[in-house]
Design a protein around this ligand. Structure first.
Ligand SMILES: [Zn+2]
Ligand SMILES: [Zn+2]
Ligand SMILES: [Zn+2]
Ligand SMILES: [Zn+2]
Ligand SMILES: [Zn+2]
Ligand SMILES: [Zn+2]
Length: 465
């Protein structure tokens, strides 16, 4: 009942009629000519959803003229209705409120919007059985390819003129909606089928009894005859010799009538009739489900898009594009570039990545704030995380080190990490192992010190002359 009421209300609302309630009566005015012609009466209509005897009020319910006219009208209007929701949202305030800027600020913001939509499909499912027809109206809302609990109450809906429909998307939505409608009807289907099955079974038993009786009356009680033959056969086994002939004849006679009963044409006719009656009964108890799409409505709504320029520490800058869907109240394009989680507060890494607080860390060398992706390299000596600018490379082992752990080889002058170098105890410089040699006093010193020692010797000789 309520569904029909809702359906009628929605129907006239979609036709943009004037509507008002007069107690329990829905008064509808300014109905399109097309519908008036179909119904055969001009508006205003006074509609009641309960049966009554008032001539001036149209009853709207199962099988009523008004409901039939509505269905016919909808079937004829295969085109999708377009609506647009007007959201009363200050989108800029919304985004400033939702984004807690942590270590950066908005340098500029431009806003725009794109249209997104959801679709609504109205189905009428009819269950036809035992001369009855039950109608169920279902409205399915689909958003982003998924069934959603929908209701347009509370939204300002306007005519969606000047909008065009993405037919492919609507078709995909339709398939999802249809699946849901089939699901919704399944319970009812099973329930009705079970009732019908039980009723049919009772009917078939009754038919069986009726025809068995008819067969017996035709003298075709086969079971009775077989039973009788068995009895006589038993008797024959135990009887005296002189009675045997009589019994044998009796058996023959019984068997003869058995063949006669089996071949009897009248009985075959009765059997055929019985089968037909059972088939009829089963057909009468069958359930026929009919499903019709009566209306498609595409409801557009704006998704706000923002182009934001963020400015953070260390002169870092970043342009981001954020979408705000007022229907789901969700943001897109606001995910941490470190871990992928949705951001409630934006942090800006010095290389311009947006990230969450967990993903923002200090560079162990320069102290700048970076996201985890920018701090992937660590010094192999001290283990500190390093930003790109603070990464040093050892030319000997190709390892990554921090500035503190990179030294100049005092012999070759090339950069080496401290693990590739050895300290010379004489000059306190560092150089690669291969540059060490044994000094005059037997200690191992670097090539530089060895050279000094050698030239010292030469000089000593020069001066001693
Ligand atoms: Zn993160
Ligand atoms: Zn750094
Ligand atoms: Zn970064
Ligand atoms: Zn280090
Ligand atoms: Zn090295
Ligand atoms: Zn040295």
């Amino acid at each position: 009942m309520n569904q029909i009421k809702k359906f009628a209300e929605e129907f006239f609302k979609n036709l943009k009629c004037e509507m008002a309630w007069d107690g329990e009566v829905l008064v509808v005015n300014k109905v399109p000519k097309g519908f008036e012609d179909l119904f055969g009466k001009s508006s205003p209509y006074r509609l009641s959803f309960v049966e009554h005897s008032n001539q001036e009020v149209e009853f709207v319910g199962k099988g009523s003229l008004m409901l039939v006219a509505m269905m016919k009208y909808l079937e004829g209007s295969g085109k999708a209705t377009l609506l647009r929701i007007d959201f009363d949202v200050n989108s800029e305030a919304e985004i400033r409120k939702r984004i807690g800027l942590k270590n950066c600020e908005i340098a500029s913001l431009t806003k725009g919007y794109k249209n997104n939509f959801f679709s609504r499909f109205s189905f009428v499912t009819s269950f036809n059985y035992l001369n009855e027809s039950e109608r169920v109206v279902s409205e399915i809302y689909i958003h982003e390819g998924k069934v959603v609990e929908g209701d347009l109450n509370g939204y300002t809906v306007v005519d969606g003129k000047n909008l065009s429909i993405d037919n492919e998307k609507v078709k995909r939505d339709y398939l999802v909606a249809k699946e849901r409608v089939v699901d919704l009807a399944r319970e009812k289907l099973e329930e009705v089928s079970l009732v019908l099955k039980k009723k049919a079974e009772i009917e078939i038993v009754r038919i069986g009894e009726h025809y068995d009786k008819a067969l017996k009356e035709l003298g075709g009680d086969l079971n009775g005859k077989l039973e009788k033959i068995r009895e006589v056969e038993l008797e024959l086994r135990s009887c005296e010799e002189k009675n045997r002939d009589v019994l044998r004849k009796k058996i023959e006679r019984l068997k003869g009538s058995l063949v006669k009963a089996g071949n009897d044409e009248a009985m075959a006719t009765v059997e055929r009739e019985k089968e037909m009656t059972i088939r009829d009964a089963m057909h009468k108890h069958s359930l026929n489900v009919d499903r019709k799409l009566v209306n498609t409505t595409v409801i557009y709504y704006p998704v706000y898009s923002f182009k934001i320029c963020l400015e953070g520490q260390g002169n870092s800058k970043r342009f981001i594009e954020v979408n705000y869907d007022p229907l789901t109240k969700s943001f897109s394009g606001l995910d941490c570039e470190g871990c992928g989680k949705s951001l409630a507060r934006i942090n800006l890494c010095e290389n311009g990545h947006i990230c969450c607080e967990d993903c923002l860390e200090k560079c162990g060398e320069c102290g700048g704030m970076f996201c985890v992706k920018c701090l992937r390299r660590i010094c192999k000596v001290c283990g500190r995380k390093l930003c790109k600018a603070c990464v040093k490379m050892c030319l000997g082992c190709s390892g990554v080190v921090c500035a503190t752990h990179l030294r100049k080889d005092c012999v070759s002058g090339e950069d080496r990490c401290v693990s590739c170098l050895r300290a010379c105890l004489r000059c306190h410089g560092m150089c690669e192992e291969k540059f060490f040699g044994v000094a005059l006093d037997g200690s191992k010193v670097c090539a530089k010190c060895l050279g000094m020692e050698k030239s010292g010797k030469v000089l000593e000789r020069v001066f001693s002359r």
